[in-house]
Write a protein that binds this ligand. Sequence first.
Ligand code: B1M
Length: 212
Amino acid sequence: MNAEILENLASCLLRGDQASAAETTRNALEIGIPATEILDKGLIAGMAVVGEKFKNNEIYLPEVIMAARAMHAAMDILRPLLAISNTRPLGKVVLGTVRGDVHDIGKKLVGMMLEGGGFQVIDLGTNISPQQFVKAVEEFNPTHIGMSALLTTTMPAMKDTINALIAAGLRHRVKVMIGGAPVTQAYCDKIGADGYAPDAASAVELARRLLV
Ligand code: B1M
């Protein structure tokens, strides 16, 4: 039953069906499937298939856009369940997708999980320039900044942002976390970020580790 409903949810993404994605998510919650399982085995699994089909030219950009909208519709329902309120946050994370990159699904998931893990999250959005990150560090005085990149062509903006923080004399004030499908630990070491996380749950562990 659980497997069936989660497969159903994944196929809602493939069809780009926002209404069914939302309804199936509600049904899954009603029958007691935990929000994290709905996320991992339904939505993220579904989006992986979308990515594979896109790569193989079996589907095209409009279908991917529709899939992303369906994913957002489902994530909106899960958000309050993943993000518990915490009166005294462990830390403050300024989050953004780097310059030139509009992918935001993974970044939003990271934000939700961080909130659920007790962090205050300031999500700057997508296509965030190094200067915008610097301005946000000055304005919000966060403990961490989190950068997401989904394109190999936009990964260098992570290094540019670190350079901009150094130039502004702010690098020592924040821990820099990076992630996104093409990002690796080796890249993190190469550009001098403080940590890399492969997925949203590990991003929370990393943020906690970097606090000490
Ligand atoms: Co685009 N796209 N896309 N896309 N897209 C990819 C990334 C691609 C791999 C598809 C493919 O070819 N198979 C490919 C990149 C190739 C490359 O660079 N190596 C690609 C391309 C080429 C493009 C365009 C250039 C296509 C075009 O225009 N011809 C274009 C670029 C636009 C731009 O950004 N300038 C483009 C556009 C789009 C859409 C707008 C249609 C849409 C994005 C909608 C949106 O986000 N609102 C889209 C989508 C949806 C995808 C795929 C299919 C799915 C991405 C996704 O949401 N995955 C993607 C294929 C794929 O990744 N398999 C693809 C689900 C999400 C939960 O996973 O984002 O990896 P992910 O996040 C994970 C982890 O990576 C990690 O945690 C998350 C949750 O576990 N993580 C972090 C992410 N950020 C983190 C930060 C952290 C820590 C962990 O710390 C701060």
